[in-house]
Write a new protein. Structure first.
Length: 289
């Protein structure tokens, strides 16, 4: 199992200087993996990032959210094609730096929709992800379908919806991506969705209810980590938190980061690494009872 950290904990920009900061601080905090916010794959410095990851001995994944121009759940074929092309580039970039998974809201635009998703919209998304999964298979990159709250998607808001979507895609290298921040809004509890996803759970985000310090909000982490232990989960577990003191202004607006619950990235990151590893140690000990 790899314990990781989202790059936006450390930097709001991901040019070479931003990547060096994110990579070095992720390593210093004790994490195994850096999740790269890959919002601009065409302007991304592949060679420098690959060198930095090697220098600091870090694994990498990438995350992103689509917008209205790249929404593969659109009923407009041109928009679907644009989104598929964009995601294909993301897969190529991550493969080139030696990364393992592209995750996030990669199945629709990350926004508040004004109506439920139509059957056509869902099918367009399923079909596009299936084609991208085949491309990812060739590149050695998995896809993680992140289930988010109703204010960021009209398509997948619960783990069971994510599981049904992944099953319809029908590719082994596509899995459900659960996020405790979103689960805390939409799910009936933090345990049963983990069990429901079972072996199709491939990626996890750990975030507090207010996106601040872990353990200072309302997320039931004890139940969530017990669920992971119950299904013998062994995929990435990645800390995610945002503060407008660090996050890029555009992303801050998109995510509604209107107040700051932290301003010291190093303290936050070290605390998160310790919190996650302590939770995993605790649930591992259950088998001894």
């Amino acid at each position: 199992m790899q314990i990781g950290c989202h790059g936006s904990v450390w930097s709001g920009t991901f040019d070479v200087d931003g990547m060096r900061l994110a990579v070095s601080k992720t390593k210093e905090a004790g994490f195994d993996l850096l999740e790269i916010p890959l919002m601009d794959p065409y302007g991304f410095d592949v060679a420098a990032t690959k060198q930095l990851l090697s220098e600091y001995d870090l694994a990498a994944t990438a995350s992103l959210g689509l917008n209205e121009r790249t929404d593969i759940s659109s009923e407009d074929p041109q928009i679907v094609a644009a989104g598929e092309q964009f995601l294909g580039k993301c897969l190529e970039v991550l493969s080139d730096v030696g990364g393992t998974a592209v995750v996030g809201v990669i199945y629709c635009a990350m926004k508040k929709y004004s109506a439920p998703a139509s059957a056509r919209a869902r099918q367009n998304s399923v079909d596009a992800i299936a084609r991208l999964a085949a491309r990812g298979q060739d590149l050695g990159v998995r896809l993680g379908i992140e289930v988010v709250n109703r204010y960021e998607s009209n398509l997948l808001n619960t783990g069971r919806q994510g599981l049904a979507f992944v099953r319809d895609v029908g590719h082994d290298n596509v899995s459900v991506h659960l996020d405790t921040y979103h689960m805390n809004i939409e799910e009936p509890d933090m345990f049963s969705p983990v069990l429901a996803c079972g072996e199709r759970l491939g990626y996890v985000h750990i975030g507090e209810s207010h996106r601040g310090y872990l353990g200072s909000g309302s997320v039931d982490f004890d139940s969530f980590f017990r669920g992971l232990a119950h299904i013998d989960y062994d995929g990435p577990v990645v800390f995610e938190s945002f503060s407008s003191a660090v996050v890029h202004e555009d992303l801050s607006r998109m995510l509604g980061i209107w107040r700051n619950l932290w301003n010291d990235s190093e303290d936050l990151g070290a605390h998160a690494n310790s919190f996650i590893r302590n939770q995993l140690t605790s649930v591992t000990s259950i088998g001894m009872h």
